[in-house]
Design a protein around this ligand. Structure first.
Ligand SMILES: CC(C)(COP(=O)(O)OP(=O)(O)OC[C@H]1O[C@@H](n2cnc3c(N)ncnc32)[C@H](O)[C@@H]1OP(=O)(O)O)[C@@H](O)C(=O)NCCC(=O)NCCS
Length: 204
């Protein structure tokens, strides 16, 4: 297990050496990027991207994280990562691996990922790429499985999850979140078991 975890989430510490960070990778469009642990300043940038997505009805509820403090309360102490262009150093996307509330207990650690791609970078296969890193990092960090829920109007995210090997849809929440026009949207819940697969086989 590459993270230490006690009951206090602030004790989650990512071993950057064992996680091979910073990690260098190539996006589907051929651009070189680095993935690394997020900095404090980049958490603010991630929050800004999430707010912009929420006000456009993309992936997050308008009242999900009313302030940056609320968002920080959600992610602080959990492993969070950022993708940046290798040359420009600018953030392209980010993901946080927070504890899922759907597992009640301390023996197993189920992850609930938060994923965001910068608006100008969407539709280039980056969300798909990030989701695969989510699975890989979750396994590498010692999580038991992944619970991820996504709004039922988030067609890109549903496509990404449903074609990722090993995910099964396990439920639907009639009330998932609030859209900018005040309507409520449902959410679909998916699960992937990470217990009996090796890191090399996390993606089938
Ligand atoms: C959801 C999100 C992460 C997807 O990232 P992305 O980089 O745009 O996704 P990809 O380019 O990898 O696209 C994945 C698939 O969805 C499809 N897709 C993209 N946008 C779509 C849309 N609006 N409607 C339907 N399909 C869509 C793509 O065509 C692609 O399928 P393909 O490979 O068969 O062509 C990104 O849109 C985002 O950050 N949204 C706001 C935040 C959010 O929703 N986070 C997830 C919360 S659960």
């Amino acid at each position: 297990m590459l993270i230490e975890h006690n009951s206090n989430r602030d004790s989650w510490k990512v071993d950057r050496d064992m996680m091979h960070l910073p990690m260098h990778a190539t996006l589907p469009d051929g651009r070189h990027i680095t993935i690394d642990t997020i900095t404090d300043g980049q958490i603010s940038d991630m929050y800004s991207l999430i707010v912009a997505a929420a006000v456009n009805g993309h992936g997050f509820g308008v009242d999900e994280y009313p302030t940056e403090k609320d968002f920080r309360k959600e992610v602080d102490g959990y492993p969070s990562f950022v993708l940046c262009g290798k040359e420009c150093g600018k953030m392209i996307g980010a993901f946080s691996l927070i504890d899922s509330k759907f597992y009640r207990g301390t023996e197993n650690k189920l992850v609930d990922p938060i994923i965001i791609v910068k608006k100008s970078e969407r539709g280039k296969g980056i969300g798909d790429f990030i989701f695969r890193q989510v699975v890989l990092f979750s396994k590498r960090l010692g999580f038991t499985g992944i619970y991820t829920d996504t709004f039922s109007n988030n067609h890109a995210m549903m496509k990404i999850i449903e074609r990722c090997p090993g995910f099964q849809r396990v439920g639907h929440f009639p009330l998932g979140g609030k859209m900018p026009d005040g309507t409520l949207v449902g959410a679909n819940l998916y699960f992937k078991d990470l217990r009996n697969i090796s890191e090399d086989n996390t993606l089938g």
